[in-house]
Ligand binder design. Structure first.
Ligand code: MG
Length: 383
């Protein structure tokens, strides 16, 4: 039985991963779970899966949880350092399903301990992809993509020759506002931004999908996951979200990966890799779907893609600056403090102000992240 740790077990990917683990009865033993602050759900998960260890990022809630579960677990670790302690435990696979740059240090801990990791938390690769992949190579661990687009590409190019790939094409649903008049962007309501047309996810990533920042981040993550030139990564709008990505080879053959919009399909593939296990999933009926449409993304209307490409190509700590600005701006939007298009405005302003681009060492990335958070907060105050 393989031992697994799930960081972020109370989030959307974490919950789906536990469902898949239950379905794969007897194949995985959940030995560690971490939550940010939803200790009520974490408690239910602990009773069901009996892990050895848990970590809770919110210290106050963690203390209360500790009182209730004292003696029934081998370890309860608190705070962000507690999450890192759990991440450093030696297991067969660590799932990193946290939100934002908070995933970076736990991911590095897991790699350091020689664990294979599955990342849904793409910000880790956005801000420090070069370094993370370097460490993974050094420790001889595998990094699996827990994102429908990257997982599709991974399924196509696994065991193929890299020089035969002409390009990879990430599909984007376009989010809820793709056809919305640009002049109406400033009156977009929070609840509208939170209703994604095809996927059900946490609030941060749902807003990132609506701004297309998520797709921009997926371009950067694809660069590091697959070690591709920037010119070989393309994005196409595909509102039905049935084709999860495409890979074009030099001989003109294009492979597309299609499935229902259910992350459990992706999770199951990664958990049981390199095998395919029968699942209780909905299969797609193309005759019912009728048509699949594709169009070029409008980067003038949705500037996030351009910002992400610029940051990615600049390299160093620029992607960390963009990511941190975006995290702060999205949070401010969700709190009703800024409008929807101001998310791009804040990110663009900070990117312009940042002229200290350095190498992508982890201390540099963390410093840039902290700087951008402070700058973004002060810009938001003045908007
Ligand atoms: Mg995705």
């Amino acid at each position: 039985m393989k031992e697994i740790i799930i960081l972020g077990s109370t989030g959307s990917i974490g919950k789906s991963t536990l469902e898949v683990v239950s379905e794969l009865r007897g194949q995985f033993k959940v030995v560690g779970l971490s939550a940010c602050e939803n200790t009520r759900l974490l408690a239910r998960q602990v009773r069901k899966f009996h892990p050895k260890w848990v970590a809770i990022a919110d210290k106050e809630k963690g203390e209360r949880f500790k009182k209730n579960f004292r003696g029934s677990l081998d370890g309860i670790f608190l705070g962000s350092e507690g999450v890192r302690t759990l991440a450093g435990k030696k297991v067969d696979l660590t799932v990193i399903a946290l939100v934002g740059s908070a995933g970076l240090l736990p991911a590095l801990e897991a790699i350091e301990s020689g664990n294979d990791i599955a990342i849904s938390n793409k910000e880790v690769l956005v801000i420090a992809g070069k370094e993370v992949m370097k460490q993974a190579k050094k420790q001889n661990v595998k990094i699996f993509p827990l994102d429908s687009e990257h997982c599709s590409i991974f399924q196509v190019i696994d065991n193929q020759k890299k020089k035969e790939i002409r390009k990879v094409i990430l599909t984007a649903s376009g989010g809820p506002f793709y056809n919305c008049d640009k002049n109406k962007f400033s009156s977009i309501k929070i609840r509208d931004a939170l209703s994604h047309p095809t996927w059900k996810m946490g609030s941060k990533i749902t807003v990132d999908c609506a701004t297309l920042m998520n797709k921009g981040f997926e371009v950067i993550a694809a660069k590091w996951f697959f070690d591709l030139d920037w010119d070989k990564i393309d994005v196409i709008i595909h509102p039905q979200s049935i084709v999860h990505s495409l890979v074009e080879f030099v001989d003109g053959t294009v492979f597309a990966v299609l499935s229902d919009t259910d992350m459990k399909i992706t999770i199951k593939y990664i958990l049981t890799y390199p095998n395919r296990i029968k699942g209780s999933f909905k299969t797609i009926d193309l005759s019912k779907i009728g048509k699949l449409t594709f169009s070029r993304p409008d980067e003038g209307k949705f500037p996030a893609l351009k910002l992400a490409r610029l940051a990615g190509r600049a390299g160093g700590t620029k992607p960390a600056v963009l990511n941190a600005s975006n995290e702060i701006a999205v949070k401010a939007f969700l709190e009703g403090r800024i409008s929807f298009p101001q998310i791009w405005k804040v990110c663009g302003l900070i990117m312009k102000r940042y002229n200290l681009n350095t190498a992508q060492t982890i201390p540099d990335v963390l410093r840039a992240d902290e700087w951008a958070r402070m700058e973004a907060s002060s810009i938001i105050e003045k908007l």
